[in-house]
Design a protein around this ligand. Sequence first.
Ligand code: PMP
Length: 408
Amino acid sequence: MNKSIRDDFPILSRSVYGRPLVYLDNAATTQKPRQVVEAIADEYYNVNANVHRGVHFLSQQATDLHEQSRETVRRFINAHSTNEIIFTRGTTESINLLARTLAQYDSNTGEVGEVIVSQMEHHSNIVPWQLNGFKLRVIPMSDEGVLDIDAYQKLFSPQTRMVSVTHVSNVMGVINPVEEITRIAHEHGVPVLIDGAQSTPHMTVDMQALGCDFFAFSGHKIYGPTGIGVFYGKEEWLDKLPPYQGGGEMIKNVSFEHTTFNELPYKFEAGTPDYVGSHALAVALDYVSQIGMEVIHQHEAELTTYAVQQMQTIPGIRIYGNSQHSTVNCQLSSAGPVSFNVEGIHHLDLGTLLDRLGIAVRTGHHCAEPLMHRLGVEGTVRISFGLYNTIDEIDTFIAGLRRVIQMF
Ligand code: PMP
């Protein structure tokens, strides 16, 4: 990766506790390049006006930026149409949108059924379904974090309403075979949601190649701002589902007796949208596209492979979701996060002491308590990479880890 890329991220040159920052918490959120921060400032300084409803110049300019951003998202994930791109607050809101509207849709037909999820889901792909009355059926996984496809095939029943699985585990970095999962679901006539929170920042995601019916991702994990994300849905589904929230923008006509709804995608976007956020997200997507998602993926795969190899030389370390065989290791965890524990040391203590050395990692259950139960742990330490991380930083992390272990 070109060294000047780091200069685009001013925060990377700051220090913490008098040491250079080594930021290895990218799965939680990524840092922002100047281009994104400047786009936000520029829009507030020079363009700001509410979108869609104004005849005046600024409103039209803000609307153009917002709608061009929708097109940038469409292109980035290769959706058919901008009608399929709904702006939300992020992955969590996208999944809540689907769970709520599907439950409402089903309640018209008299039944709220089952949703198939995997053992490794983030809470945001578990709780929204529960809140809306769906019963969860769970795809089991092996100790290495590989989903059991035979068991998956047996989970379908006439009550199955959705398959909802994560593309990449936010704990183990495992890339799930979502094309195969989608194909099988479709053979059963069941639609599929893919949680793309951890895949979109690290690899090319292509809606037409994946074939899924719904897809969700968050702007802040792909170098964009917080508070903006995307819900993708196939038009045939979005036409069928009822609106999510009510308010301005999502209506065609309102009376006290009867309200009609706007066309796609506005039917799902009640109220003033985060039009500055959508524009800044588009700038972030253009930024990564210019580098190239394949280049980013390759760079991060090299970092992950190197990190796992180095970590395996540390006595007492246990890496989760990685087989003992190094070839499987590299394949499985080539999309970012690597989780581990060190025998006899609490994960929180490890994280706290690494922080004192300037190394930012995440500790805890990573919003995946059912996965922690499956792994038989209370929590882990997780490192995760972004496009700006370097081999030198991994060396600093490994040296820091050895030092912390020696202290115990
Ligand atoms: N799914 C996965 C796999 C995640 O890693 C995350 C964020 N940690 C989410 C969903 C939720 O994303 P957000 O908090 O941006 O809505």
